[in-house]
Design a protein around this ligand. Structure first.
Ligand SMILES: [Zn+2]
Ligand SMILES: [Zn+2]
Length: 364
């Protein structure tokens, strides 16, 4: 019998079990990653509390070291054994229209809703089972997307690469306009909102405003330390009035709705955008907006866009920013757990345990 990896398998609603799974022999075009740290994503929490059809290993914000790599894979990926890498969650086909257009994240082959393979969202029944980060090893599929990361970056910060890359993708690449000199308002000071603050700062925004609830007080303060100029508690102040004040009536060039507490922030995002402004919706709401203000969209000539995930380019941008040390990212790293505490880590991220969670990490 070969080597076995200890993994935490989500096997029921809000439950994981520690199991041993055989480590696969590495084919010439594949590899194996020894997991160093995995950030807990909001998606992990959503899957953990849902009725999964089949057991799976969650976790997909992985940083680790290449434990073994096939000859063909080493050549294609440009890595060798021992290299430290960040892994994207996507396992795209590489040949469809989306993949060829540089949008691997939209490839059907890696869409879990269509039965595609994605790290942290694939049943253990699919060989070779090691599809999630909450384990000692993660399988490197021939189509895996890897990024090298410097040794000097602390593992929890390296595990911020994917959420931070979403910030870069949304603010810099999806925003559709030059951020330089503009006012960017970000709703929701969670991991993604904070990532957008950093991206807006890096992209040269003149003003960065973040909004949240009274319960987000600590996160709003953290947002300021990460570069936000203004933080608005929407339970104490009227967001539209504050944005009007801050911009002297001009309002926001770019609004990113990264909040997930219901559809009301969609309305406020549209309200605070200036004429010809852009509104990006990036946080799933779980329900539709009952009275969609389409007339406001028309009268202000707004661009409204749904955004999701990140491109290869934005992960590289995120990793360079992390490695630069320009931001106090260590302050985002609020919790760290071991492999036997995955349930606790997920509950902490979901707000059912502990407090003040921003970036929760599992280090197997
Ligand atoms: Zn994620
Ligand atoms: Zn594809």
């Amino acid at each position: 019998m070969g080597e076995r990896a200890l993994v935490a398998v989500a096997s029921g609603k809000k439950r994981t079990d520690l199991r041993e799974i055989e480590v696969p022999r590495v084919a010439p075009e594949a590899g194996l990653l020894r997991v160093e740290a995995v950030g807990v994503c909001g998606t992990d929490w959503s899957r953990y509390k849902s009725d999964l059809r089949e057991p799976e290993i969650l976790g997909h914000h992985t940083v680790g070291r290449v434990e073994s790599v096939g000859e063909a894979a080493a050549q294609r990926w440009g890595v060798e054994e021992g290299d430290r890498v960040v892994l994207e969650e996507y396992v795209p086909c590489g040949s469809c229209e989306r993949c060829r257009g540089g949008e691997a994240r939209l490839c059907d082959s890696t869409d879990p809703w269509l039965g595609g393979i994605r790290y942290g969202a694939t049943p253990v029944s699919v060989a070779p089972s090691l599809w999630g980060g909450f384990g000692q090893y993660q399988y490197l599929h021939p189509n895996a997307m890897l990024h090298k990361v410097s040794d000097h970056v602390p593992a929890p910060e390296a595990a911020l690469a994917l959420p931070l890359s979403n910030g870069f993708e949304w603010v810099c690449l999806e925003g559709g306009r030059t951020v330089v000199g503009s006012t960017v308002v970000i709703q929701g000071p969670g991991q993604l909102g904070l990532a957008c603050v950093i991206a807006a700062r890096e992209a040269g925004a003149e003003r960065v405003v973040i909004s949240g609830l009274s319960a987000d007080a600590e996160r709003l303060e953290l947002a300021k330390r990460l570069g936000a100029d203004h933080a608005v508690d929407v339970e104490r102040d009227d967001l539209a009035e504050r944005v009007a004040e801050i911009t002297e009536g001009r309002m926001a060039d770019l609004v990113i709705d990264a909040a997930s507490g219901g559809p009301s922030t969609v309305t406020s995002a549209i309200e605070i955008a200036r004429k010809r402004g852009t509104v990006l919706l990036g946080g799933f709401k779980g329900e539709p907006l009952p009275r969609f203000p389409s007339d406001v969209l028309i009268s202000k000539c707004l661009t409204l866009k749904g955004v999701r995930g990140h491109s290869y380019e934005s992960v590289e941008l995120a990793l360079r920013t992390i490695a630069s040390g320009r931001y106090p990212l260590g302050e985002m790293c609020t919790h760290r757990f071991g492999l036997s505490e995955v349930d606790e880590a997920l509950r902490t991220m979901g707000g059912e345990s502990g407090s003040g969670a921003v970036h929760v990490v599992v280090a197997p």
